[in-house]
Design a protein around this ligand. Structure first.
Ligand SMILES: O=C(O)c1cccc(C(=O)CC[C@H]2O[C@@H](n3cnc4c(=O)[nH]cnc43)[C@H](O)[C@@H]2O)c1
Length: 206
């Protein structure tokens, strides 16, 4: 079983890389949708994988998905692609220039039926939300539960390459007026890696 783990930054998956060494392939893309699409596109074109797994931390809009929670992302939307029409936002889908929502091509249940995670809908952004008015606007438009800076680009690149993929994220912070001091990155990384190590150990043992 050939697995590729994709993360934006090395610290987000450090415990996992220490645990598996070179038993699995790891791709660190750098933060953001452009580096993710480019680097992942190169990698999945070079090598065919049985499973491509996106791991990372994320912000939560949903107060029922608290810092430390680990979730499976079931759809991810590029929330910023479109056009402004004064106060209105016209999504790229309405403009007729393509899709903005991308999905995993497998599920946790399908990959390893003994494992379960809460499911969540996410958006992918270039600008991390940190302003109450813009948070309200995006919630009214898309009702997202999570946000990251890479997820939809990850799904897009995997879809283009026909690669089996899923995305698992741990919440490091609520999406709120910027309050960096309250982010719980350590807790999110610990919980994410504990789950991912158990999961990949189980998959590799198959
Ligand atoms: O210092 C900051 O403001 C800051 C902003 C975004 C991310 C970071 C990181 O240290 C980790 C990089 C990684 O984290 C994901 N992430 C985590 N929380 C959020 C969020 O609320 N909104 C969007 N992305 C988030 C993101 O995928 C980054 O690649 C520091």
């Amino acid at each position: 079983m050939l697995i590729l783990v994709v993360a934006a930054t090395a610290p987000e998956i450090e415990p996992l890389t220490r645990h598996f060494g070179n038993k699995i392939d790891v791709l660190i893309t750098g933060a953001g949708m452009v580096p993710t699409a480019f680097k992942l596109g190169q990698q999945v074109t070079r090598q065919k994988y049985d499973l491509v797994l996106n791991l990372g931390i994320a912000g939560s809009f949903d107060r029922n998905i608290q810092p430390g929670y680990v979730v499976e992302v079931t759809e991810d939307t590029f929330s910023e692609t479109g056009a402004e029409d004064d106060e209105q936002f016209i999504p790229i889908t309405t403009l007729g220039f393509g899709e903005n929502t991308f999905k995993p091509t497998t599920t946790l249940e399908e990959v390893e039926s003994n494992f379960y995670l809460k499911k969540a809908r996410a958006i992918t952004v270039n600008t991390v939300h940190g302003n109450e008015a813009s948070i309200k606007k995006v919630q009214a438009r898309l009702s997202p539960q999570l946000e990251s800076m890479e997820g939809a680009a990850f799904f897009y690149a995997c879809q283009q390459a026909n690669a089996k993929c899923m995305q698992i994220r741990a919440v490091s912070n609520y999406v709120e007026k910027r309050n960096r001091a309250s982010w719980q990155i350590g807790l999110a990384i610990k919980n994410l890696n504990t789950f991912a190590i158990d999961l990949i150990d189980a998959i590799i043992d198959l």
